[in-house]
Design a protein around this ligand. Structure first.
Ligand SMILES: *Cc1c(COP(=O)(O)O)cnc(C)c1O
Length: 373
């Protein structure tokens, strides 16, 4: 066996974990106070720390990104039909079904792979109440055009910003666009609390509605204003987030180095296209997608298998499209003829390993295999 065959497998991501000994004092504090959940001190501290770090007005922490999406839709009382992208993680559309809302899929832009604003208006009906776009791979959507369409038609905009932690554009945090933005702090994301999520809102009243909804709808001991869910983040997860914030800038810087290294090494590989950024001033390099074009010698799935045979485990994010899963494919908007760009992209994309602990020589190995199929 060659050296590379014996090397441990390289997965698409590896969670950011601060040194364990630094977590012990946080645990001690939880054990001493016996305040385990329900808006405890770490929960409050992390909400404030994230407002400062991200440059946003209000952050409400939740148990995970999916419950945050479901709760965000309830916060704005969204009903009827919502326009969204088929090119995302399945939780984006699931959050609509959990609220009895009909997803309407609109195709993506071939360069950014975000919801194509030029196709949104044609999908609006009298039932449409909102748009749910995704900042795919952390690249900002065309927020100005989406805002214009939403204003014209009286629609709300909720951004699924699960990939967009820390991303800024000319105007500051990308999370300040739309009515609400939803973050995920799942283990696989740039910033993690093992499991976790958040809703970013722009005013105190909306934040208060989220806080009621994530706590069964309780306003006080005797008053319930809505059939809310249990979506509260525990003190354990909030403490992890606080500790993790001390390491996030270094992690993002290292992600940037790896991103540049990949781009440099793949620049002259015919048939491999790296996705350009979408105008962000502070990217977060949350993923490294490549598109396998027609002039590459082998198909995407053959490249995927070749990398796996060499101990490298990229992921086909996002294949299959959400619109191809059984609970969605019967919808008129889910037909492949309505989604040609997303359908084609799902056949070509491969997300390469990208995480702070990935070593330069591993990037070299991966790109060498891609350059010599
Ligand atoms: C991860 C992710 C989610 C779901 O977040 P969880 O915290 O895992 O529930 C939703 N949307 C997108 C685009 C994601 O990548």
């Amino acid at each position: 066996m060659s050296d590379s065959a014996k090397a441990p497998p390289i997965y698409v991501t590896q969670p950011l974990l601060p040194p364990l000994e630094e977590f012990i004092p946080y645990l001690q504090q939880i054990w001493d106070s016996k305040w385990l959940t329900n808006n405890g001190p770490f929960h409050q501290q992390l909400e404030h720390a994230l407002c400062d770090y991200l440059g946003v007005k209000h952050v409400a922490l939740l148990t995970n990104g999916t419950v945050a999406l479901i709760t965000a839709l309830q916060t704005l009382r969204i009903t009827g039909e919502v326009i969204t992208t088929p090119y995302s993680f399945v939780a984006t559309a699931h959050s609509l079904l959990w609220n009895g809302i009909k997803p309407v899929f609109v195709d993506i832009d071939p360069l950014t792979l975000n919801l194509d604003p030029a196709r949104i208006e044609a999908a609006i009906t009298s039932q449409t109440t909102a748009i749910l776009p995704v900042h795919c791979y952390g690249h900002p959507c065309d927020v100005a055009r989406i805002a214009k369409i939403a204003d014209k038609h009286g629609l709300k905009v909720i951004y699924d910003a699960a990939h967009a932690f820390g991303v800024r554009d000319q105007k500051g945090s990308v999370l300040n666009h739309g009515d609400l933005s939803v973050l995920s702090f799942h283990a696989t994301k740039v910033f993690n609390t093992f499991e976790g999520g958040a809703i970013v809102c722009h005013d105190a009243e909306t934040k208060q509605r989220v806080d009621h909804l994530k706590n069964f709808g309780f306003v006080d001991e005797e008053t319930i204003v809505a059939p809310g869910i249990n979506g509260k983040m525990s003190e354990f997860n909030a403490a992890l987030g606080l500790l993790q914030l001390n390491y996030i800038d270094r992690a993002l810087a290292r992600r940037g180095e790896i991103d540049r290294d990949y781009r440099r090494r793949l620049a002259n590989v015919a048939g491999i296209r790296c996705l350009a950024d979408a105008g962000e001033t502070a990217p977060n390099h949350s993923y490294f997608p490549i598109l396998v074009e027609d002039d590459y010698p082998i198909a995407r799935d053959a490249l995927y298998t070749r990398l796996k045979d060499n101990g490298i485990h990229p992921r086909r994010y996002f294949h299959p499209l959400i619109s191809d899963f059984p609970m969605y494919r019967g919808l008129p908007s889910a037909q492949q003829s309505n989604l040609p760009v997303a359908t084609d992209t799902a056949q070509r994309v491969l997300c390469l390993p990208l995480y702070p602990a990935l070593e330069d020589r591993q990037v070299e190995t991966i790109t060498r295999l891609i350059a010599n199929p």
